[in-house]
Structure formats: C-alpha cells, structure tokens
Write a protein that binds this ligand. Sequence first.
Ligand code: CP
Ligand code: NVA
Length: 305
Amino acid sequence: MTKRDLISVLDMKDDMPELIDIAIKLKGERGQHGAPLKGKTLAMIFEKPSTRTRISFGVAISELGGMPMYIASSEMQLGRGETVEDTAKVMSRFVHGIMYRAYDYKIMDELGLHATVPVISGLDNLEHPCQALADMVTIKEKKGGFRGKKFVYLGDGNNVCNSLMYACAILGMDMVVACPAVRMPNAEIMLKASRIADENGCKISASVEPMEACKDADVLYTDTWISMGDTTLAAADALRIFRKYQINQELLAVAKKDCIVMHCLPAHRGEEITADVIDGPQSVVFDQAENRLHAQKAVLYKLLR
Ligand code: CP
Ligand code: NVA
C-alpha cells in the first residue's frame, strides 16, 4: 500500500467528513481506545515554537498506543547541511510517521516526496491542515453541520485562512474572507477553493468590509495578525491595517444571535480579538483547542495503522 501524506487540506478532499466522524467517535471514547497504533513511533520535527500542536500530537499518539518523539530541527543534521531527501529516507527507516512544523512549504513537500512513511503538516507558511480539521470537528459539534452555514474569517489572509477556505469548500459551507486588500489570502489557493466550492454548491468570497461580512454569520474566526516567521509586516503597521477587522462586540452584534467565535490560538487580546469576546459566552476557543487532540487521533488512526 502506498503511504499517504497530510500536507494540505486537499489531501483530505475525499474523506474529510469521515475523519470528522472518527474524531468525534474517538473523543467519545475518552482515551480508552485499546492500542491500535501499538509499536508505532511518530517523529515530530519543529522549526517553530508550538504549544497545542506539540502537546496534542504527543498525547494523541500515546493514547493510541504509539510513541511520540519530539525533535527540534535545529538539533538535527539538517541544520548542518544534510539534505532533506537523505533525512526523509533515513527517518523512514526508523519511524512510522513524521509530523513536521516548517517555515517553508517547499521543504514540507520535499520531505513528503522522499519519505516512505506518512508526512503530516503541523503548519507551514501556506497551510495548517490539522487546525482546519479540528475546527470543522468543533463546528459539527456546535452547529450540527456545514450546509447553509455562514463562516466569516477576519484579519490576515494567512496559512490558517488558506486551510479554512479549502475545508469550507470541501464541506459545503459558505465562507467570507474579510481581510484588508493588501493581506488577502494566497490567490491560487483562493481560486482552487472557489472552484471546489462551485462544485459543492457553496461560495468562498472576499470582502474588505468586516461589518458587512459579519452580518448573519454562524461562525466568526480570527488568528494572529502576524504569523510566526512573517517578516513582511511591521507590528505598528499590522495594528493600523487590521484594526477594523478586530472581532469585538460591535462585529459580534451583527452576526446571528447564536454565532460562535473561534480562534486557533495563541490569541492576542486587544489586537485581533477583544478580551470580552474571547472570554465571553459565544467563544468556543478551548473546545476548539481540545479538538486538536481528537482530530489528530483520527488522522494518525487513518494514516499510520
Ligand atoms: N494553533 C496552534 O497550532 O497552536 P500552536 O502553535 O501552539 O501549536
Ligand atoms: N497563523 C499563525 C498560526 C499559529 C498557530 C502562525 O503561522 O503563526
């Protein structure tokens, strides 16, 4: 059997609903899964810091009976000039899967190309697929489904936004991306997501008017205004250009009454979201964070078994 990677949400195009259902089922088992991944080791390579991804993957593989191995990329020979290809081939002889958090999606792709075991993205500069899967698990739990729902993403058109566009398109949920014109998401990804949405009877659209975008929304979502490794924007400029895209009570007031508020975390209160909203009754951010664990168990179960 050929190995399967999860580098883009598109790698889940055919079975995202199934992965969501597996995640919800595993969540119901509360860690008592037997040991379907007994004897399997997941290497977890990090080029950037992480709290949620690192801990949730570590716990996920452990609770499925396998073993996590944390590796800071700076401590590998990769940092001293060993090629990605050789690294991929060698690691594939030792471990059963590689989770990788990378600066550059091209290195992620190269690792996937040469590894003979599954490569799972724990974020790169283009996407954050495991985050999007956990987010969709959360929406299914809170809203019951995706069709006819309006999802609004506010702020920076970044890696998280890119993965969410694919996820909404695949699951048939309308999405409005409300970003400043200079920080719209990757044009190619937006086009691809729009095409998938067309086939699926939903719509991915863009707006520079957050108030208009948030009208009757079922979900409001935001992320940091400056992503890790993003040197294209100075902090002072970010505060200025994103200010009107902050999720606050004014924007929340035009959404549906039962609208939920999401954030992939880490959050910056007073910047992309106000404290009263993220700590308020409509926020589901900690359920969302917990679902990283369950969603990633579903991924590991499907890819490593
Ligand atoms: N949301 C997320 O991926 O968080 P970490 O950077 O803490 O892993
Ligand atoms: N867009 C953010 C997400 C962090 C989980 C970043 O890349 O830093």
